[in-house]
Design a protein around this ligand. Structure first.
Ligand code: URA
Length: 213
């Protein structure tokens, strides 16, 4: 039997800065999720997508990774295009969208100020990512959205954070047999500046799916 999925308390205290931020937001926005965001999709999936951290008005508000913010529009449209999701994405965790052989999580599960988790937060939350990966018995490949996710995945797999260089479109065979595919993060900043275009993002999934069949 695969090891258990991580159990992350709504009131996790591993990262003092994020706890303070979360507590302030619980007062300012009592109707928001304002807690560690659980992964989305079946742990029986072949593919795991790892983002950076919840966005303030996206996952931190709605409670589902990439749901309700800019980055989710491109991510979910791409998953629907390649058959990795079915249904309709409506920026709402109750939209009925289902992931197909795919799961989404974040390197850091709580909202960081200015979308920038610090080293201690990435390290502390890394234990949940490692548990997540260990608990996916059919996992074959992981997509890293950005350099923080790339480094966190390497560490979670027992490698050094800098053991493999991040490059958009690169694929790395990890020591444990998993395939790691790198993509620039599908953030508003990256898409607005042209660092990441829709065809570039699609190409990451096409390249990966070609290896997974
Ligand atoms: N929403 C997430 O859940 N993760 C990200 O990395 C960005 C937005």
């Amino acid at each position: 039997m695969a090891p258990a999925l991580p159990s992350v308390s709504r009131d996790c205290t591993l990262c003092p800065r994020l706890v303070t931020f979360r507590n302030d937001l619980r007062i300012a926005e009592p109707d928001w999720h304002n807690a560690p965001v659980p992964s989305f999709g079946s742990p029986e999936a072949k593919l795991l997508i790892v983002g950076l951290a919840p966005g303030m008005h996206g996952a931190n508000r709605t409670g589902r990774p990439f749901t309700g913010d800019w980055a989710g529009d491109l991510l979910y449209a791409t998953l629907l295009k390649y058959g990795l999701a079915t249904g309709e994405y409506k920026e709402d965790p109750n939209d009925g969208l289902t992931l197909v052989d795919c799961r989404i999580t974040n390197a850091v599960r709580c909202l960081p100020p200015e979308n920038k988790p610090v080293g201690q937060e990435i390290n502390s939350c890394g234990k949940f990512l490692a548990q997540e990966i260990a608990a996916m018995p059919k996992l074959k490949a992981i997509v890293a959205l950005g350099t923080v996710a790339h480094g966190a995945i390497l560490v979670a797999n027992g490698e050094k954070r800098g053991a493999r260089k991040f490059a958009h479109g690169a694929q790395h065979g990890l020591t444990n047999g998993l395939l790691l595919a790198d993509s620039y993060h599908c953030s508003r900043y990256n898409t607005n500046t042209g660092r990441l275009t829709e065809p570039m993002f699609h190409a990451v999934f096409e390249g990966l799916l070609a290896r997974l069949v």
